[in-house]
Every structure is written in structure tokens, then in C-alpha cells.
Design a protein around this ligand. Structure first.
Ligand code: NAP
Length: 258
């Protein structure tokens, strides 16, 4: 396949952006922000009722996409081929399941986390890369500060986010000289449905994660994603770590006394 070099491609801002996991949290906030910035957005996730509401609110285009489902990803490629290709992907679909120590952790939860965070990101990235290589574009991977360090009970999630980070770093290496930027966004604690999913719908336990300090909002992370995408095309923000001020590491958070 013949690909243009970085130097040969004219400077253009991303025009059509695919966002995975757009039905909630960081993904939905990213859709809102990119639409507000005037970009064309293809918002995808499994919950179509949520996508329909987001489309009505923002004018984003939507498509049901389970990133763990090969048929869904094949349908995505067909859709992109028929509707003008793509300029950027935000690989955001992901999440954690459980917080048990390694000695007790559930193998199936690890398998599901790997399918979603690692193989889902790989599957979508492989599928859209030909569009991005053809005319230049961006691959954003939303990892986590869990991609940078361990914490007790977090081995399954930190493991898959480390793997997603390696996917991004290796891809950047492999694509050097081509007009494709690879950007890793690594947030600390963000108040979304993340903890509700992690703790299987336990609202009280989920709420405790964000007690006594101001966590990041989904909008804060969307803001950083939009910023990286809007840099001049020769600027690649390789990796952006964004934490709440009160959170120094995965395990050190300054909480107000209750
Ligand atoms: P969230 O509110 O739970 O949103 C997760 C999104 O992923 C939802 O839109 C969900 O939509 C989608 N999703 C789940 N399984 C999917 C699948 N198989 N295929 C397609 N989409 C799927 O969590 P969030 O905090 O916004 O998380 C977004 C990303 O940020 C994740 O990668 C997460 O690991 C990462 N992150 C979160 C935090 C945090 O503290 N919240 C910190 C660092 C990194 P459907 O269920 O409708 O498919």
C-alpha cells in the first residue's frame, strides 16, 4: 500500500471523528465537545436509546457498535466506506470490573476487561487505520493512570490499560513517517458511570470513590481530548496525564474529613 509521508500531507484539522463508548461519561462528553467545536462526529456504543438522545441533542451521527463484536466492526467499515471515510478515532470504550485481590479475582472479569479494553481497541484501530493512513488522521486511545502504575485490587484493570498503552506506543513507532498521530490520554479519577459498572451497580460503593474531593468531570477529559486533536498537524501529544488536583497517585488522594 502506498501512503503519503507526513511532510506531503497538508495541515488539516480533523473533520470526521469516530468516538467509541459514546453513550455515557467521557465518550458522551467528547461527542458534545467536538460537536460544539464544529466537527462531524460518529458517536457509537451499544445502548442505542442513549445514542438517539445524544444525536437529538448534538446533531451527531450514531451507529450501534459493540467493540468486542467483529460483525459490528465490519459494519462500521462498510458504513465509513459509504459515507466519506474518517479523520480521527477516539478509542474510549472501556472500563473496569471488580476490585478483588489477585488471590480471589474472577477470571471471567479479567477476560471481559481484556476483550473490551485491549482487543476492542485493537479491533477498531485496525479497522479504521486504512482510512487514516490514506489522508492523514489521528488515533486517540483513552487509557488511564491505571496504565502507568499498580494499585491493590487493580491488577486486572491496570493490566489491560498497560496493554492499551503499549498498543498506542507501539503503533506510533510503527507509523513514524506517516501522517497519523497516535495520542494517549491517561485520566485519573473521573466521576462517570465507571465505578457503578466496576461495582456491578452498587451505587453506594461507587459514590464512595468520589467522596471528599473534587474528581475530574467527563467534560475535563473531553476538553483535553479536543485540545490534542486541535494541535497543528505536526504536533503529536504523545501522552497526556490528567488527574484531579487532590489525587497524587492511584492510591494517594487527599479527602476532606466527612
Ligand atoms: P462509563 O461512563 O462507564 O462509560 C463507558 C462507555 O463505554 C459507555 O458509553 C459504554 O456504552 C461503553 N462500552 C462499554 N462496553 C462497550 C462495548 N463492548 N462496546 C462499545 N462500547 C462499550 O465510563 P467512563 O469513565 O466514561 O470511561 C471511558 C473510558 O475512560 C474507559 O476506557 C475507561 O477505562 C477510561 N477511564 C475512566 C476513568 C474514570 O475514573 N472514570 C479514569 C481513567 C480512564 P454502552 O454500555 O452503551 O456500550
Amino acid at each position: 500500500m502506498s501512503v503519503p509521508t507526513s511532510d506531503a500531507v497538508a495541515a488539516t484539522a480533523p473533520k470526521r471523528v469516530l468516538v467509541t463508548g459514546a453513550s455515557a461519561g467521557i465518550g458522551a462528553a467528547t461527542v458534545r465537545r467536538l460537536r460544539a467545536d464544529g466537527l462531524s462526529v460518529l458517536a457509537t456504543a451499544r445502548r442505542e436509546d442513549r445514542l438517539a438522545a445524544l444525536a437529538a441533542e448534538t446533531g451527531a451521527e450514531t451507529l450501534r457498535l459493540d467493540v468486542t463484536d467483529e460483525a459490528d466492526v465490519a459494519a462500521l467499515v462498510t458504513h465509513l466506506q459509504a459515507t466519506g471515510g474518517l479523520d480521527a478515532v477516539v478509542n474510549n470504550a472501556g472500563g473496569a470490573l471488580g476490585l478483588e485481590p489477585v488471590a480471589e479475582t474472577d477470571l471471567e472479569q479479567w477476560r471481559a476487561m481484556y476483550e473490551l479494553n485491549v482487543l476492542g481497541t485493537l479491533r477498531v484501530t485496525q479497522a479504521v487505520l486504512p482510512f487514516l493512513r490514506e489522508r492523514g488522521g489521528d488515533v486517540v486511545v483513552v487509557t488511564s493512570t491505571a496504565a502507568l502504575a499498580a494499585y491493590p485490587g487493580g491488577a486486572g484493570y491496570t493490566g489491560v490499560k498497560h496493554a492499551a498503552r503499549m498498543l498506542a506506543e507501539t503503533l506510533r513507532w510503527e507509523l513514524v513517517g506517516e501522517p497519523v498521530r497516535v495520542i494517549q490520554i491517561a485520566p485519573g479519577a473521573v466521576e462517570t458511570e465507571f465505578s457503578l459498572v466496576r461495582f456491578d451497580g452498587d451505587e453506594e460503593r461507587a459514590a464512595k470513590v468520589y467522596e471528599g474531593y473534587t474528581p475530574l468531570s467527563a467534560d475535563d477529559v473531553a476538553d483535553s481530548i479536543a485540545w490534542t486533536l486541535s494541535r497543528p498537524p505536526h504536533v503529536n501529544v504523545d501522552s497526556l496525564v490528567i488527574r484531579p488536583l487532590a489525587q497524587a497517585t492511584n492510591t494517594v488522594t487527599a479527602r476532606r474529613p466527612s
